[in-house]
Design a protein around this ligand. Structure first.
Ligand code: NDP
Length: 273
């Protein structure tokens, strides 16, 4: 029988690296550290080897459909299925970035929403019954970050479909190009991308409700990584705690939830904690 399989995207550094480390210690199966850059990924694997941990490695750029397909075919052939998928890879422009809002909006949504969606579309057919999917969202992914009540109502509509959500995300990109986005969507493309990812999580869980698959979104906390210019107070290992809880320990009843770094279930469309 094939061993159990766990996969983490964007795992050459930061929280993703720490999630792989935790999985290597506790997951009863094979763990894949994936990265868009092969050298950075293999260096990360060597780092873990020094601790006696042995993740496998595969290249995976979530924005590259060819890379996604090669990885999917490899996993299908070698293991047949996936038991844990952690969608961790993401980008964030720095607050002092000089790129125009239109560019930041298109690029942030391309990676943090559309590429994660593409990853799921390619890999979900391989999810085994009982599988767990952890989407690394953020406190920025709380619905209260969207100023427009009408948009909030659309985003939390329990009948919202993935194509409808993608249309909303494209609408944001279009409005950012016109410079008319901020009243309805706020001033952060990162917030919109993570709200989109949290909304996607809710839809994915609904679509998989007839199978024993758990899909949850998580805010890992404010963590000391390159993304935060090392301003976050939590270590990457503390940031990995809630994602690891969802991947390994959460009761099966935790599904379609938005979970905080201290493992509290938070009301995504209610009051901000
Ligand atoms: P880092 O910037 O440290 O790491 C991000 C990782 O994603 C890197 O390995 C990066 O690879 C990878 N990545 C980026 N684009 C792609 C791509 N196209 N394909 C594959 N991998 C890619 O960020 P963090 O560790 O801080 O963030 C991890 C997750 O946690 C993200 O989803 C982030 O939004 C979320 N988060 C982080 C918080 C924090 O305080 N740090 C707070 C809330 C949420 P490369 O090295 O090649 O660039």
């Amino acid at each position: 029988m094939s061993p159990k399989l766990a996969i983490v995207t964007g795992a050459n550094k930061g929280i993703g690296f720490a999630i792989v480390r935790g999985l290597c210690k506790r997951f009863d199966g094979v763990v894949y550290l994936t990265s868009r850059d092969e050298e950075r990924g293999k260096t990360a694997v060597l780092e873990l080897n020094k601790e006696g941990l042995n993740p496998k490695y595969h290249q995976l750029d979530i924005t590259d459909s060819k890379s996604l397909e090669v990885f999917r075919d490899y996993i299908k052939e070698k293991y047949g299925g996936i038991d844990v998928l952690v969608n961790n890879a993401a980008i964030a422009f720095k607050t002092n970035a000089t790129e125009p809002v239109a560019v930041q909006a298109a690029e942030t949504l391309r990676v943090n929403y559309f590429a994660v969606l593409a990853t799921c579309e390619i890999l979900f057919p391989l999810l085994r019954n009982g599988a767990r999917v952890v989407n690394i969202s953020s406190s920025c992914g709380h619905l209260s970050n969207i100023p427009s009540e009408s948009l909030r109502n659309q985003l939390k509509d329990p009948k919202l479909t993935i194509p409808e959500l993608s249309t909303l995300m494209n609408k944001y990109i279009k409005e950012a190009k016109q410079g008319t986005q901020s009243a309805e969507w706020g001033n952060s493309s990162y917030n919109v991308s993570k709200v989109g990812l949290t909304a996607l999580t809710m839809i994915q869980q609904r679509l998989l409700s007839d199978r024993d698959i758990k899909v949850n979104a998580v805010h890992p906390g404010y963590v000391d990584t390159d993304m935060t210019s090392h301003k976050g107070p939590l270590s990457i290992y503390e940031g990995a705690a809630a994602p690891l809880f969802l991947a390994l320990d959460a009761p099966d009843t935790v599904r379609g939830q938005y979970v905080w770094y201290d493992k509290r279930i938070v009301n995504w469309d209610g009051q901000r904690p």
